[in-house]
Design a protein around this ligand. Structure first.
Ligand code: FDP
Length: 360
């Protein structure tokens, strides 16, 4: 058997650690941000192990005791894995020395690092927001779930950040990503220089770069929305989806297919991989809250990833990343994915709003 020459040998896999070190050498991130991302990735590996054990780990089902469900700040029933994933992320990030504060979907308020432990840990310059286990209503039926995270800078001179210091527009994010726990565990990351995907090599316990520079096709024939909400939507959304459903004979001139996993991470991952539009629009059930999905730790990080992959993200009326947040757990309508399709959805809203003004 002949030994392959150095030219023939397949290139050595690029681990997340090596990728981040190369980004640091290229001057795109500093050591603190690199280490922070590594800590988040390590926490995601632990969550992946817990999710992967399923029923054998005793972690399925609702949190709470004596038959009483545990309810989070969103008014939603918490799963045991929601609570466990939150604890894993909190514990992993408390001692690293890269963070000034943390905020999570599962906690009413943000927590400054010094408050987390009586024996004070060093404080860093970043703020981390996360949804520890997105799509968790899918966990008991063995469908992909994920962790979403967003990193902001702690404002200059602030030593004990509170909720108000997290309320920065998505354009200020310095890094964002998600980890999807599906048939394989994948970490998808941006630091503002493209969106890259890493797959967890379970044997060696390391994330390996498997797609550099993910690119969302500009056009699509696939949409993702919870159609059961149709009758509750606003008029422009009714008109937009109505035209998608008319297919080749309608004004859009092509047949569309629909996919809805009901796990945002899985739906967005499909869109980053092969295109499409994901939408959770305003409807009369969620209008009073501003929408269903959360701006700070769902919509903004996903918008950053999608834009960095050449796609677009909007509320239907405004570029997502330019929204000025007003609350840590603020909700927004979401349209994201293939650029031309997101622009089409936005056009339906603009035309509807203009007609309203003309009539008024
Ligand atoms: P979940 O409530 O299961 O955490 O973040 C909320 C979210 O899931 C998204 O992941 C998902 O896209 C959406 O809600 C699903 O909503 P519907 O149940 O209304 O379809």
């Amino acid at each position: 058997m002949s030994t392959p020459s150095p030219q023939q040998a397949s290139p050595s896999p690029i681990s997340l650690t090596r990728h981040l070190l190369e980004e640091q050498r290229a001057g795109r991130i500093n050591a603190d941000l690199r280490l922070l991302i590594e800590v988040v990735a390590r926490a995601c590996k632990s969550i992946s192990i817990a999710v992967g054990k399923g029923a054998l780990g005793g972690v399925l089902g609702d949190a709470g005791s004596d038959g009483a469900a545990s309810i989070n700040v969103q008014g939603e029933a918490q799963k045991k894995l929601d609570v466990l994933s939150n604890e894993i992320l909190l514990e992993a990030n408390a001692w690293g020395g890269h963070l000034a504060g943390l905020a999570s979907e599962e906690m009413d308020h943000s927590v400054p690092i010094a408050d987390m432990h009586s024996d004070a840990y060093p404080r860093g310059n970043y703020l981390l927001l996360f949804d520890p286990l997105d799509g968790s209503s899918n966990i008991d039926v063995n469908i992909s779930v994920g962790t979403i995270f967003s990193v902001l800078r702690c404002p200059e001179g602030v030593t004990t950040p509170g909720d108000a210091h997290f309320l920065q527009p998505g354009t200020d994010q310095v890094a964002a990503g998600y980890c999807t726990y599906g048939p394989s565990t994948m970490l998808v990351l941006t630091i503002g220089h493209g969106t890259h995907a890493f797959t967890l090599d379970r044997e060696i316990g390391s994330f390996v770069l498997t797609q550099r520079g993910m690119t969302i096709p500009e056009e699509t024939k696939e949409f993702a929305v919870n159609m059961s909400n149709q009758r509750f939507w606003e008029a422009p959304m009714q008109a937009y989806v109505g035209d998608l459903l008319k297919g080749r004979e309608g004004p859009r001139g092509k047949d569309f297919n629909m996919r809805w996993v009901a796990s945002m991470v899985a739906d967005v991952h499909r869109i980053l991989t092969r295109g499409g539009i994901f939408s959770y629009p305003l409807d009369s059930k969620c209008a009073a809250k501003g929408g269903k999905l959360r701006l700070m730790y769902e919509a903004n990080p996903m918008a950053f990833l999608v834009e960095q992959a050449g796609g677009a993200a909007s509320t239907g009326r405004q570029r997502m990343l330019e929204m000025q947040p007003t609350g840590l757990h603020q909700r927004v309508p979401v349209f994201l994915g293939s650029k031309a399709e997101v622009e089409a959805a936005v056009r339906y809203h603009r035309e509807h709003d203009l007609q309203g003004q003309d009539a008024g």
